[in-house]
Design a protein around this ligand. Sequence first.
Ligand code: NAP
Length: 282
Amino acid sequence: MANTAALRAACIIGWPVGHSRSPLMHNHWIGKYGIHGIYRREAVAPEDFPRFIASLADRGYVGANVTQPHKEMALRLSAPDAGARAVGVANTLWYEHGRLQSTNTDVEGFVGALDASAPGWDRTAEQALVIGAGGAARAVIFGLLARGVQRMHVVNRTIEKAETLRAAFGPKVVPAEWSRLPDLLKAANVITNATELGMHGRAELAIDLGPARDDALVADVVYVPVKTALLEQATRRGLRTSDGLEMLLYQAGRGFEKWFGVRPTVTPELRAIMEQDIGGKK
Ligand code: NAP
């Protein structure tokens, strides 16, 4: 029987946005749950973003994901929840009583991926090492703090940005110079790359996991490729790993539920579809 419900549309807004795998994931769920909906890509230049957001509902959208470079602006142009305010960037928008709300689901994406990839990781995670200090790093730090990590060194090319994270998140966050990486590796229970390094077309993250603890968990937010050189190295070294694709899958569910009314599940089938797509065309 034909689905006569009104079409519900959501999108991912970015600049560029062609690389985003979010449409593949959300449209898979739309099909799986029999929803009369669609999820599109919207390439919107930074100068056009405020106008686009102001007319999101008029364009037929019930909500959106937001990716770089719009995540900070999305927070400012919406009513963010406490999590998004704490992280400082928003990636998911939806309407409530006609008002545009926002949140940051990268936090649950990151910890959801750790839980799925290394169950019980937080029982022994006292210290962490986070490489990067951008939007993804903020979500990583917020997630690690929420799960009880007591101390985390944050290493970033631009050290001033790591210092602002200490101001934002408190004294458990310790900014450190890039040159200290080899030393800081030794004590970390969780090591996370939250930079763009290792992404297809970018330089690799030059790091030697040799001195890492044998029980360290190594995570990467980069998901193209799925198995980054960092994760390959961790696997060779016998360490547990958590990849950026798993994070992408776990961050998506809450937005989908807000827009389409169903909480979707992350399945091996969906992961395989995404892996194949990423592997096939980067
Ligand atoms: P961002 O806010 O622009 O931050 C970029 C970070 O990468 C900064 O720490 C930056 O250092 C660092 N960086 C960039 N080029 C570098 C270089 N050549 N050498 C050293 N550091 C470098 O971006 P973001 O939103 O945090 O995104 C970072 C990565 O996370 C991207 O690959 C993105 O696709 C990924 N991500 C994945 C998910 C997921 O669900 N898996 C979610 C969100 C983001 P400086 O501060 O010194 O510039």
